[in-house]
Design a protein around this ligand. Structure first.
Ligand SMILES: [Zn+2]
Length: 437
């Protein structure tokens, strides 16, 4: 034990005092290991130290090399995985990752900025919520509907009851347009509406197609009497929605109309079938009056309802969007006109959506009225919404009730779909998500 201990002390001391490797090199001798040669004890000690040290060195070197290898490998891996991801990303962008699927429909947050709910009933709102839609409930001064102040009462109640799901757009009455205090009363009504949380004002086709001045002349939207009203809307940072004129089909005989939705509507509403009323302003008069109003009000934030009554031609619509940067359009009840044009020129419609992706707002124009069955309206609406989603997101062949022939889906990239369903509504109706407390 002592000897061992002693040896160990010696060895340790010697090892401590001398750099063994230096000694070996200096001596110029290489001591064979496992040679069977008898070395003096000190030499034996040095020999075994050499072996241990060599082993340690080998082990350390191996460990070092292994670590280096692992490090290099990980570097290579990182590089490889980054470039792999990049390559995969590019590939994915070109394939499914860039587009929504049918299954994404309820998952993507959306707006529908043109519906009419005139009764205090939650069925339709719940359907919209389950399909991930927030709604803009639009008041409208139509003779078949309740008076606008009654519509507004319901709209305010619905906003209070479902602040997460619905906003409302007020409207103006032109019943007493020829009275001296019409402007004053209209401004007061709008002020109340804005205080109650209205985020937009809708003007309707009765201006241009029904309203007459004291001389019996049709009053169009560019009439100077509307200027203070529009200025007031602009001053309050509220959006003006204009349903002005009708689809061009209204000026054609029923059998020449393009989509079946218009054929049915104008057959059922001959009072608006302008082909039958030659004394009324023409289609061009309607569009020109709207354009002239926009020329006067370059800063009003304007949303042309129903594709701004330019539904029949993406080229004509493009011209107006180019001319009026403060104009966007909602698609309410006119998506079939895009589909109709896609039958003969899919690329033109597709490219129009890409170019004007910041100016197109999804909307559908469903309504829940006193005589409606809310559950039935909701069921039909859900089906429509799914069809529209398919048209915008897929490239599949489609057939829809309002269009006679087949056409292909537009397969719009995700970012365009996000704009037409969500971002454009937020941009053109900046108060749409705000709720009056
Ligand atoms: Zn409408």
């Amino acid at each position: 034990m002592m000897e061992k201990n002693k040896n160990r002390v010696i060895r340790l001391d010697g090892f401590r005092k001398t750099s063994f490797f230096t000694k070996v090199e200096r001596g110029g001798k290489a001591y064979p290991t496992n040679s069977g040669v008898n070395f003096p004890p000190i030499q034996m000690a040095l020999e075994s130290r050499l072996i241990i040290q060599m082993k340690k060195f080998t082990k350390l070197t191996s460990l070092f090399l292994l670590a280096l290898l692992v490090f290099l490998q990980s570097c290579t891996d990182t590089g490889n995985s980054a470039s792999a991801k990049k390559a995969a990303g590019t590939a994915l962008e070109n394939t499914n990752e860039a587009f929504y699927s049918e299954a994404d429909f309820p998952l993507v947050k959306k707006f529908n900025t043109h519906v009419h709910i005139n009764v205090f009933d939650s069925t339709f709102i719940k359907q919209a919520a389950s399909d991930n839609f927030r709604l803009l409930n639009v008041n409208v001064a139509a003779p078949s509907l309740p008076p606008i102040d009654k519509q507004q009462e319901v709209a305010i109640q619905l906003c209070k009851a479902f602040p997460e799901n619905i906003s409302y757009a007020t409207t103006i009455s032109v019943d007493n347009f020829n009275d001296l205090d019409w402007q004053q009363k209209t401004l007061a009504y709008l002020k109340t509406s804005f205080n109650n949380g209205a985020i937009a004002v809708k003007v309707w086709k009765n201006i241009g197609m029904d309203l007459k001045d004291r001389n019996g002349k049709f009053v169009m939207i560019d009439n100077p009497a509307f200027d203070p009203i529009i200025n007031f809307i602009e001053k309050n940072d509220i959006t003006l929605i204009g349903h002005l004129g009708e689809p061009r089909n209204a000026w054609l005989p029923v059998e020449q109309m393009t989509v079946s939705g218009d054929k049915k509507y104008f057959a059922a509403h001959p009072q608006y079938h302008m082909y039958l009323h030659k004394e009324y302003p023409s289609y061009e008069d309607q569009v020109n009056a709207r354009d002239h109003m926009l020329e006067k009000h370059r800063n009003i934030r304007f949303v042309g309802a129903h594709l701004g009554s330019l539904e029949w031609s993406v080229d004509e619509l493009a011209k107006r969007l180019d001319k009026f940067p403060n104009m966007a359009v909602d698609m309410a009840e006119r998506i079939s006109h895009f589909q109709y044009q896609a039958v003969t020129d899919w690329k033109k419609v597709h490219d129009f959506f890409i170019k004007y992706q910041d100016r197109l707002i999804y909307a559908t124009d469903e309504g829940v009225y006193h005589k409606s069955n809310p559950a039935e309206v909701s069921r039909v609406a859900h089906e429509n919404w799914l069809r529209h989603w398919k048209f915008f997101t897929s490239g599949e062949k489609m057939k829809v009730p309002k269009v006679e022939k087949e056409f292909d889906g537009l397969k719009l990239p995700k970012q365009v779909v996000d704009k037409i369903y969500l971002k454009n509504a937020e941009k053109w109706f900046p108060k749409i998500t705000r709720t009056k407390n």
